[in-house]
Design a protein around this ligand. Structure first.
Ligand SMILES: NC(=O)c1ccc[n+]([C@@H]2O[C@H](COP(=O)([O-])OP(=O)(O)OC[C@H]3O[C@@H](n4cnc5c(N)ncnc54)[C@H](O)[C@@H]3O)[C@@H](O)[C@H]2O)c1
Length: 254
């Protein structure tokens, strides 16, 4: 039997790289995609069975073509993880319409386009697959500084996750989200610098504020998120759909 196939977007860095690695460890052939192909290639080279492809998730036709190519090559698609995302910290009053649009294009439309392509393929294959979207703690509460566009784009992912779960349930396809907290990645390093500047404090103080806001008292690791994504992808979550699972060390409880 061929290995099950999992696709992960934004897999060249941080959380996506950890998700790809965890799924590889669990026996999947992993298709790593990223707008930065070289980064996806670097991660793929560390996995037993993997390939790296360039993908800008804001390009609907490219999402469809990538999924189509994977199905043509492997004859299956079992798991899809829409993880690619961007952020830029700014005061609400300073966010330009082009920054707002770009944020929604990657964080929301990208999840829509990839999810649509994956769902079409799974339906055509008759696969009772699993789709996981990386949302955020900021998808559940707007009390987050300097990220108004990001918050709006991530709240939308939760609604989309529920709508997809509802419509795809008759095909046996489950759709869930993960909502990470303060995860130590390149995105976080950028956010530390932005928030420190906007608050007029040192980055170390911002980092300590984030740890103090987390009852489990440490920064989250990409692997903390990856393990929950792998659970959502697995049969252990066979009766779980339309949910948005917080993985944040207790920083936000709902
Ligand atoms: N780091 C955190 O604290 C945190 C918290 C909550 C949610 N998230 C979410 O987790 C996901 C991964 O974030 P991360 O922290 O690993 O960030 P990261 O910046 O380390 O990685 C994001 C990856 O997405 C890729 N990417 C960006 N735009 C893309 C596009 N248009 N098409 C395809 N790929 C693109 C980047 O090249 C990069 O490899 C994002 O959706 C982010 O919003 C992160």
């Amino acid at each position: 039997m061929t290995k099950p196939v999992a696709g992960v977007t934004g897999a060249g860095s941080g959380i996506g790289a950890a998700i790809a690695t965890e799924l590889g460890r669990r026996g999947y052939h992993v298709v790593l995609s990223d707008i930065d192909l070289a980064s996806a290639e670097r991660v793929a080279s560390t996995l037993e069975s993997a390939q790296a492809l360039a993908l800008d998730v804001t390009d609907a036709a490219a999402c469809e073509a990538l999924v189509g190519g994977v199905v043509q090559e492997h004859g299956r698609l079992d798991v899809w993880v829409s993880n690619a995302g961007i952020s830029k910290m700014q005061r609400f009053v300073d966010i330009s319409s082009s920054d707002l649009k770009r944020n929604f294009e990657v964080n929301t439309f990208g999840v829509f386009y990839c999810g649509q392509a994956a769902a079409r393929a799974m339906i055509a294959l008759g696969t009772r697959g699993s789709i996981v979207n990386t949302a955020s703690m900021a998808a559940k509460q707007g009390g987050v500084p300097f990220l108004a566009d990001y918050v709006a784009s991530k709240f939308a992912v939760l609604g989309l996750t529920q709508a997809m779960a509802y419509e795809l349930a008759p095909f046996g396809i489950r759709v869930n989200s993960v909502c990470p907290g303060f995860v130590a990645t390149a995105m976080q390093t950028r956010e530390l610098a932005w928030e420190a500047e906007l608050r007029g404090v040192e980055p170390d103080l911002v980092k300590q504020m984030w740890i103090d806001a987390t009852p489990l008292a440490r920064l989250e690791t990409p692997e903390d998120v990856a393990k929950v994504v792998a659970f959502l992808a697995s049969d252990d979550a066979a009766f779980l759909t339309g949910e948005s699972i917080s993985v944040n060390g207790g920083a936000y409880m709902d």
